[in-house]
Design a protein around this ligand. Structure first.
Ligand code: ATP
Ligand code: MG
Length: 310
């Protein structure tokens, strides 16, 4: 077999997988489950409306409001970036979007399904990759992926082929997929986390800092893969990142959070125009970030309770 045919057969396998990304409805049961709701014939991939989340941090202290009255809308096939300084609420918002945290106020809908009332339907449409993904470290990437596949009720044989294709696409060779995860570098583990999320063919993918800690080449691999999923496979994506070039490259819309509130929302070009016109600054995303968050990317939120509002 020539190198070309090997590449081709890998691509075929990936394409087969990818076609499921665009058509998850059938692999996950009755298509009625995803039918348009009565109220909105073409609901967006994600609708977040007036969401607030408070954390109790000790009996006497007032609760910390980590997310305050946040709204955003992600159209199908789009990528929305969430930017903000450390502690601004990005990961909390992602956890609220996938039901890992309960909402104190507001609502979240995924393809028209309410995340609280229609929890099961939402879980089938969504997957999340976080920078601190957990694995069975003694098990191999393949075993971890097959475990996830079983949780989602996927066919083991198909899942195995898909896993090899996705891992290969992310630069993890077939010979590496059977060694324990604990022997892999953090960057490689991050790629396995992304592969695991994609195995379930999510229609909405929540990526919490997917490229943090990756070397420049791996970062480009993952960014290209994210673009590919969006462009060719119709997935809708929420992305948090501290890499402004990445946000500019990938995101159609950007929401900027500061202290749990939305302080700016627009396309990357729209945001750049805004800082140029309103603040007389050079139109760069760096200046946008600095203007709207009032702090540098490396600064942390004060730990002195200044966020203990309300
Ligand atoms: N389980 C929790 N209990 C109490 N406070 C929490 C909890 N999770 C998050 N917070 C607080 O909520 C705020 C937002 O945290 P979050 O992790 O969402 O920020 P982030 O924007 O993702 O930061 P980073 O860029 O560092 O990942 C912080 O003040 C944090 O301390
Ligand atoms: Mg975070």
């Amino acid at each position: 077999m020539t190198a070309t045919t090997t590449r081709q057969s890998k691509k075929d396998r990936w394409d087969r997988h990818a076609s499921r990304v665009t058509e998850p409805r059938e692999s996950w049961g009755p298509s009625a489950q995803l039918a348009a709701t009565d109220t909105d014939p073409t609901p967006p991939a994600l609708l977040v409306e007036g969401v607030t989340k408070r954390f109790a941090v000790g009996r006497k202290k007032k609760p910390v409001t980590a997310i305050s009255n946040v709204s955003l809308r992600l159209e199908r096939g789009g990528i929305v970036g969430i930017l903000g300084a450390n502690g601004s609420g990005k990961s909390t918002l992602i956890r609220l979007m996938c039901g890992l945290l309960t909402l104190d106020e507001g609502r979240v809908e995924v393809f028209g399904h309410d995340i609280v009332r229609d929890e099961l339907a939402v879980k089938r449409l969504i997957n999340r990759v976080s920078v601190d993904a957990a694995f069975f470290k003694k098990l191999s990437p393949m075993e971890n992926l097959l475990f996830a596949a079983r949780l989602y009720g996927l066919d083991a044989g198909t899942a195995r082929g898909d896993a090899v294709a996705i891992l290969g696409r992310l630069g993890i060779a077939e010979r590496r997929v059977n060694r324990p995860v604990e022997q892999m570098s953090r960057g490689m583990q991050q790629k396995v986390a992304i592969a695991r999320a994609l195995l379930t063919s999510p229609s909405l993918l929540l990526l919490d800092e997917p490229t943090t800690g990756l070397d420049p080449r791996s970062k480009l691999d993952v960014q290209a893969f994210i673009e590919e999923i969006r462009d060719d496979h119709d997935a809708s994506i929420v992305l948090t990142t501290h890499d402004l070039d990445e946000a500019e490259r990938l995101c159609g819309r950007i929401t900027i959070l500061a202290d749990g509130k939305v302080v700016a929302e627009d396309s990357p070009d729209g945001l750049k125009r805004l800082v140029a016109e309103r603040h007389g600054q050079e139109p760069t995303l760096h200046n946008v970030f600095m203007t709207y968050t009032g702090r540098s990317l490396d600064d942390d939120v004060e730990e002195d309770g200044s966020k203990d509002d309300e």
